[in-house]
Design a protein around this ligand. Structure first.
Ligand code: UDX
Length: 453
């Protein structure tokens, strides 16, 4: 069976590389010629652990190829995954223009029976409308074959995309076509053998499972972030609260980590799109809306927390703040909807000078944050950014921050504040006692500088 993938973003590229490692002949198509050129040489446009090895492995084995030609990718494949972007529009709705274009091309170039699989996160109803559009195209061409459609959402997490793809927690297949179901079962035979749960349902349900999962996780994070705020006021500790809640397996300990708010290319976009779809159907999803609002508030709260501690009036003129971690989470260079953007923007608006450092995210930040880049001084390392600074703000929990040479860094600073927005060092007295330490969701007496002097 030959496989075509339209779109080489996170989902398409990782999925294509993983399927080629199973031995399928995979052709990945993208309109971006420069990207395809790089990929053909085995160079990944994104930082994702394990991906480079899969790419070179697939290219060397001859199972993975790249093209800018939709015609070639479509005609050479039995199964075509649509994995193009579905970005947010201004009003929160999903922009489906790339999906529509991919559908148009499949309708135009298909040269025999194909299974089209919706892999990107697409609003409920999209899969069925793609099927309708393809049928109309084939009718207009008087084609003698049909195209079946399935929804098979992807649940991978950035930073763990390869292992999530290789070892998924579940496979969801939404289709009314037995043939499409059979072909997807062949593709995912390895998962069936490993007894990964498979859920067969209709396309609408499959599409909703993806949105519902992301929205639920976003709700969980916003819930814990709101409790973190209350915990600071009442003298409770959110880390212990989350641990205590998580011991109940109806709640589970996952996604209860308080922080500066969720970011990334999925939660912000998918929660907005879900609200938008529900409105189009005359319904209000109050809980999801509240999670979105709480997340926006959380980022603003972080700025207020920092500025309130650093200056009684809240203004930060003359203060230099080192911001560590620009990517929306560790092990990725992706800065889309990263809380760091809002936090830096807020600090700059209050007059602070910002020194930024991130192990992977700086290249993208320099390229994309054109509106705030004038105020950011990008630094080479943790130590570089902290020199003569008044405060360090940890926005993303990169592991390497643990071993950055804290004593030396603290000694090189002008001020002594550490705002640990991921609670990385909440339990580490050794680091805490070097600073005026602020965590999220607990008000326990910090090891203040006075105490240690
Ligand atoms: C998410 C889903 O997890 C994945 O299943 C889906 O396919 C795509 O969206 P991803 O965006 O890669 O994946 O990252 P994830 O690890 O889920 O984190 C999203 C955001 O939530 C990050 O900003 C992260 O820092 C934040 N987060 C996560 C918290 O603030 N607290 C938590 O407890 C967990």
């Amino acid at each position: 069976m030959k496989i075509g993938i339209i779109g080489t973003g996170y989902v398409g590229l990782v999925h294509g590389a993983v399927l080629s490692s199973y031995g399928f002949a995979v052709t990945c198509m993208d309109v971006d010629a420069e990207k395809i050129g790089r990929l053909s040489e085995g160079r990944s446009p994104l930082y994702e652990p394990g991906l480079d090895e899969l790419l070179t492995g697939g290219i060397d084995a001859g199972t993975l190829s790249f093209t800018t030609s939709a015609e070639e990718a479509i005609q050479s494949s039995d199964v075509i995954f649509i994995a193009v972007g579905t970005p947010s529009r201004e009003d929160g709705s999903a922009d489906l223009s790339y999906v529509r274009e991919a559908t148009r091309q499949i309708g135009l170039y298909a040269n025999g029976y194909k299974v089209v699989v919706c892999k990107s996160t697409m609003p409920v109803g999209t899969c069925r409308s793609i099927a309708g559009e393809l049928n109309r195209s084939l009718e207009a061409r008087h084609a003698s074959f049909r195209i079946d459609v399935a929804s098979n959402p992807e649940f991978l997490r950035q930073g763990k995309a390869v292992s999530d793809s290789l070892f998924p927690l579940r496979v969801v297949i939404g289709t009314e076509s037995d043939e499409a179901k059979r072909m997807l079962q062949t593709i995912y035979e390895g998962h069936i053998r490993r007894k990964v749960p498979f859920l067969y349902t209709n396309p609408e349900t499959a599409e909703m499972i993806k949105y519902a999962s992301n929205a639920f996780l976003a709700v969980k994070i916003s819930f814990v972030n709101e409790l973190a705020l209350l915990s600071e006021k009442v003298g409770a500790n959110i880390e212990d609260i989350a641990f205590g809640m998580g011991l109940d397996d109806r709640i589970s300990p996952h996604f209860l980590q308080a922080g500066p708010g969720y970011g990334g290319s999925c939660f912000p976009k998918d929660t907005q799109a879900l609200v938008d779809v529900s409105r189009k159907h005359g319904e209000e999803l109050y809980i999801v809306r509240a999670a979105i609002a709480a997340n926006e508030k959380q980022k603003a709260r972080m700025v207020a927390k920092i500025s309130g501690a650093l200056s009684p009036g809240g203004m930060l003129h003359g203060k230099t703040i080192a911001v560590w971690g620009l990517s929306f989470k560790p092990e990725t260079d992706d800065i889309r909807n990263a809380p760091s953007y809002d936090i830096i923007d807020g600090l700059l608006a209050k007059g602070a000078a910002v020194n930024a450092y991130c192990p992977q995210g700086m290249k993208q930040a320099k390229r994309l944050w054109t509106d705030i880049n004038g105020g950011i001084n990008y630094c080479e390392s943790e130590a570089d950014s902290a020199r003569n600074a008044d405060a360090i703000v940890i926005v993303t929990e990169w592991e390497q921050f643990r071993a950055c040479g804290w004593e030396r860094i603290a000694a090189s600073m002008r001020g002594g504040f550490l705002f640990d927005l991921r609670n990385m060092f909440a339990e580490q007295a050794g680091v805490r006692r070097l600073f005026d330490y602020y965590a999220v969701g607990s008000n326990e007496p910090a090891y203040t500088l006075e105490e240690t002097l």
